[in-house]
Design a protein around this ligand. Structure first.
Ligand SMILES: NC(=O)c1ccc[n+]([C@@H]2O[C@H](COP(=O)([O-])OP(=O)(O)OC[C@H]3O[C@@H](n4cnc5c(N)ncnc54)[C@H](OP(=O)(O)O)[C@@H]3O)[C@@H](O)[C@H]2O)c1
Length: 261
């Protein structure tokens, strides 16, 4: 996820002062490149995280949730007093992080389309964060997409909607493409039809004042073919299905926050 944000950041022009990125492995670090980006590996320099945060105004933590406490403990002494610390880890609370460092802390929940600067990031501010510091974090994530500010207790719900959201779209596309192949189209043609339709529909929606329900009605002539297909999809009770899927994701986030594997 951190790599996706970095790629989006590089595409939009790395801010003045540059970015220092760390990874554990040299292989990962060597694969990262871009103007204004310095990439270092802990494998070569075990102190790299500590030196990376020295002088930094914004510190973004992109390790797995279980790694956040040890990482904060490792960098605590080197953080600038007013450095803004933002974690993108699911399930690690602001209270946990505020107990480990004296800095202003925010939680962010981005999604992978950040890679192409079409991400959505939820942003929740901790108790020590000023409006100016929220603006710094917001500007950072806005370089890779849209930002939704929200209280921390809503971040698992946002994660269920947009954090995991790209996977829902890809799942639908997988099944839709498979159906096209069963109709006799080869894989390439099936992919082209589904991918271009999804991209076209999303761009049509973005360019329109109408909501998805209205745009759907405009494609659905009474007694036409689309109406028949939509009736079949409606039989699957999509609204209940999506509700249960969101609930399952939110429940899992709570379990992760309790430390369950
Ligand atoms: N995937 C998503 O769609 C998504 C969305 C929202 C939030 N998140 C959050 O993003 C975080 C990362 O998830 P991911 O899927 O991107 O995992 P990932 O692919 O395993 O990425 C973690 C990265 O952290 C590096 N790393 C691990 N320990 C480190 C340390 N001590 N110092 C410096 N770098 C270290 C790893 O480097 P090496 O590979 O070299 O060890 C790796 O590049 C998680 O906390 C997750 O909750 C993910």
């Amino acid at each position: 996820m951190g790599g996706a944000i970095l790629a989006g950041l590089v595409a939009s022009g790395v801010p003045h002062g540059g970015v220092v990125v760390t990874n554990r492995t040299a292989a990962k670090a060597d694969a990262i490149d871009g103007p204004g980006v310095v990439s270092v590996a802990l494998e070569r320099d075990p102190e790299a995280n500590r030196s990376a945060v020295r002088g930094a105004g914004l510190v973004v933590l992109g390790v797995k949730p279980a790694g956040i406490p040890a990482l904060l403990e490792a960098i605590r002494d080197e953080l600038e007093p007013d450095a803004v610390v933002v974690s993108i880890a699911a399930g690690v609370t602001i209270a946990t992080m505020e107990a480990l460092v004296p800095n202003p802390v925010l939680r962010a929940m981005p999604n992978t389309p950040s890679l192409v600067r079409r991400g959505v990031t939820g942003l929740a501010a901790g108790s020590r964060v000023t409006a100016e510091q929220v603006a710094v974090a917001r500007t950072f994530f806005e370089t890779v997409g849209a930002v939704v500010e929200l209280p921390e207790d809503r971040i698992d719900a946002l994660s269920a909607v947009s954090g995991s959201g790209p996977a829902y779209v890809f799942l639908v596309m997988e099944q839709w493409t498979a159906a096209a192949v069963r109709l006799g189209f080869d894989e390439a043609a099936a992919r082209l039809m589904v991918e271009q339709t999804v991209r076209g529909a999303a761009e049509l929606l973005a360019a329109s004042d109408a909501d998805p329900a209205e745009l759907r009605r405009r494609v659905t002539s009474p007694k036409g073919t689309t109406e028949r297909a939509i009736a079949v999809l409606d039989d699957a009770e999509l609204s209940g299905l999506f509700g249960r899927a969101m609930d399952a994701a939110i429940e899992r986030a709570a379990a992760l926050a309790r430390g369950e594997a």
